[in-house]
Design a protein around this ligand. Structure first.
Ligand code: ZN
Length: 375
């Protein structure tokens, strides 16, 4: 399984300038190469190299290997969409390989720049230190918020899947980010408060409209997304640990339908939640794989309207965002927990199953009714 390590570089002022300069020129070279590729409709690395190699080296002063990387980057982008002339921002990623990037233990990276090779200190977390040995010197140099990082793709082993005795169903929401079928929930309150606070701040800044205000807005956006990402890491870690400790697998909703299921008023809110749900799900998925915990996806249709006790499905069952009250059998429950139980055991025995064309395959009849603890 492939994982990306994000390693922070700690260049001094002169090194910082050299990296930035190299980045700018590398991307200028990419734009030059992209023009040729598009004009001549050429997606062949070999042909393109013959055509532009000397010009790039002379015009941009790039080293041989950086020139090859620039050509490869353009070919990759061009192959993705041949109908478009691709453009590279001055702060686009620089692609390094083991000939132009090497590591001095865990403390520093030796990186080729326009000013020659520079040895730049790095900062690594514990996890990264552990995994570092698996890197092969293939990395992207990126600039985020004025900070340089190396993004290193490493191969990490996955545990053999554990045959699950049972499943934990996980319901994703806005008020509660995640609720599971055991009745445990991971509150979205702090996330929602932070989102609101950032939203207000952004609105105030956007109203000012100045250049510095716009930059400030960008900074806030990134801060907010880092916060959300961190929350998603914490929640996914807890869920996967619990599943592993109790010998269970995890069932999640297939997010293709998430927007139909969630009540959202504003489009940007929908975007925010959709994206955040997707991130949480992908975190759960890869952490589970790493630990050998089985993950299955189920059709989310009606999970929030169906009664987990009797299977009666009606919109009126869900009285409010948080309260479920079955109009048929009278079950009263927390709405998220009821949904999570439906996800853990999606179809009730008494309920006729209607096949849908876009059924994802995870939707199955469980032989026994799910056990339910009200509350
Ligand atoms: Zn019922």
């Amino acid at each position: 399984m492939k994982v990306v390590l994000q390693i922070k570089l700690l260049p001094d002022e002169i090194q910082h300038a050299a990296l930035k300069d190299t980045m700018r020129v590398f991307n200028e070279a990419c734009n030059f190469i992209a023009e040729v590729a598009f004009r001549e409709q050429c997606a062949s690395k070999f042909v393109l190299q013959k055509r532009v190699y000397d010009d790039v080296r002379k015009q941009f002063g790039l080293s041989a290997q950086l020139t090859i990387r620039a050509i490869a980057k353009v070919v990759e982008a061009y192959k993705r969409d041949k109908s478009k002339h691709c453009f590279f921002r001055p702060t686009g990623a620089v692609v390094y390989d083991q000939r132009i990037l090497s590591f001095k233990g865990l403390e520093a990276a030796s990186i080729l720049t326009l000013q020659g090779r520079l040895t730049i200190p790095m900062h690594m977390g514990e996890y990264q230190r552990l995994k570092m040995g698996r890197g092969h010197g293939q990395a992207d140099l990126v600039l985020v918020d004025g900070v340089f990082y190396l993004l290193l793709v490493i191969e990490t082993p996955t545990a053999p899947p554990i045959d699950p005795k049972d499943f934990i169903g996980v319901d994703l929401g806005i008020v509660q980010i995640a609720s599971d079928s055991d009745g445990e929930s991971f509150s979205g309150e702090t996330v929602e408060n932070t989102r609101r606070r950032y939203h207000e701040l952004r609105k105030a800044l956007q109203a000012r409209g100045s250049r510095s205000a716009r930059r400030h807005v960008q900074r806030i956006r990134r801060k907010e997304s880092r916060f959300r990402r961190n929350q998603n890491h914490v929640i996914s870690k807890k869920l996967v640990e619990k599943a592993k400790d109790t010998g269970r697998g995890i069932k999640l909703e297939n997010l293709k339908h998430i927007r139909e299921r969630t009540t959202v008023r504003k489009s940007d809110r929908a975007k925010h939640s959709g994206w955040s749900f997707f991130q949480l799900q992908s975190f759960i998925d890869y952490k589970a794989k790493r630990e050998g915990v089985v993950v299955q996806y189920v059709d989310p249709r009606n999970t929030s309207r169906r009664c987990a006790i009797c299977g009666h499905t009606e919109k009126a069952n869900r009285k409010t965002q948080s309260r479920f009250h079955c109009v048929s059998c009278g079950q009263v429950a927390n709405a998220d927990k009821n949904a999570a139980i439906n996800i853990a055991a999606p179809a009730h025995v008494n309920e006729p199953i209607v096949a849908h064309d876009d059924n994802n395959g995870g939707f199955r009849v469980q032989p026994q009714a799910p056990s339910f603890r009200a509350g």
